[in-house]
Design a protein around this ligand. Structure first.
Ligand code: NDP
Length: 277
């Protein structure tokens, strides 16, 4: 029987992870299955336990369960413990090992795929949920000049910054506090785009030559990328590259081999440009 994996989320039907992992498995000659599993908002732990009992080998975790997955894991990798959020789990007889591959995925997309420089740059991270938690550590390790975390609920941004106190030039605020500041790289790690919304951003947040990066992806430009274009961002990128890169890192965690992400990203981009009928 094939080794069984899956992604848990709510919603999850839109997930491209099954297609990505099927492509990685074919590329690497591994026999596995991978499915999207809709967990009830109050029933993630039960869904996960049922999957393990049915022979599941590992799982990805997406919105809104990453922090709960961190609490449920019996052991954590150092980067998952630092983030307080888990997007990848592996199951073995001794329990559940939790990892976080979001930060590695984002950094690889920014630097390898988009040629973006982080060192010495001013970075703005919007959001303080599971996705933001996973990327703060790796962004700081790339030695930016400044990293500001802004969130609708400012106290949540402050809690997140507190986790990383002393690790780099980091501070937290609410969106109105950004007035008068500008940044070389603005990363949207909120789920606002899922509802067709965008965080409120004061004028001039996007410096000349800046890159606006939305972790969200889909057909066409997201509300955040439309706003960024209107406010003068020089380059726009969605989160499809991050999705493929974090998946490659999860595949390595489970299967011990890092697949080649480039052909899989190209395949997804080709599908994404097919117009809807
Ligand atoms: P969470 O539910 O953990 O966090 C949601 C965040 O979005 C919070 O900071 C919340 O603010 C903020 N938010 C929600 N709605 C709004 C709004 N209308 N206006 C402003 N802020 C809002 O989600 P995740 O962190 O797990 O995921 C965030 C996004 O990142 C999702 O769109 C997800 O698909 C994407 N993602 C993409 C990845 C990729 O590989 N491309 C990987 C991981 C995530 P508050 O605290 O105030 O509620």
């Amino acid at each position: 029987m094939s080794d069984r994996y899956g992604v848990f989320g709510h919603p999850v039907a839109h997930s491209k992870s099954p297609a990505i992992h099927a492509a990685f498995a074919a590329q690497c000659g591994h026999d596995l299955s991978y499915e999207a599993i809709l967990a009830p908002l109050d029933g993630f732990a039960d869904s996960l336990c049922a999957f393990v009992a049915a022979g599941g080998r590992g799982a990805n975790v997406t919105v809104p369960f990453k922090e709960e997955a961190c609490r449920l894991a019996t052991r954590l990798t150092p980067r998952a413990a630092q983030a307080g959020a888990v997007n990848t789990l592996v199951f073995d007889p001794s329990g559940m090992l939790g990892d976080n591959t979001d930060g590695a995925g984002l950094l690889r997309d920014l630097t390898n795929n988009l040629g973006c420089r982080i060192t010495g740059q001013r970075l703005l991270l919007l959001g303080a949920g599971g996705a933001a938690r996973g990327v703060v550590g790796p962004l700081l390790e790339a030695r930016p000049a400044a990293l500001v975390i802004a969130n609708r609920t400012a106290a949540r941004a402050a809690d997140l910054a507190e986790r990383f106190a002393g690790r780099g030039p980091l501070r937290a605020c609410g969106y109105p506090d950004l007035a008068g500041e500008s940044f070389d790289l603005v990363i949207n790690a909120t789920s606002a785009s899922l509802g067709g919304e965008t965080p409120y951003l004061p004028e001039r947040v996007f410096a000349s030559g800046s890159l606006a990066y939305d972790m969200m992806y889909g057909r066409g430009e997201t509300p955040f990328l439309l706003l960024a274009r209107a406010q003068g961002a020089a380059r726009l990128a969605d989160g499809l590259g991050m999705l493929v890169e974090q998946a490659a890192e999860a595949f390595r965690f489970w299967r011990g081999v890092l697949p080649d992400s480039a052909p899989v990203l190209a395949m997804l981009r080709a599908v994404a440009t097919v117009p809807a009928h």
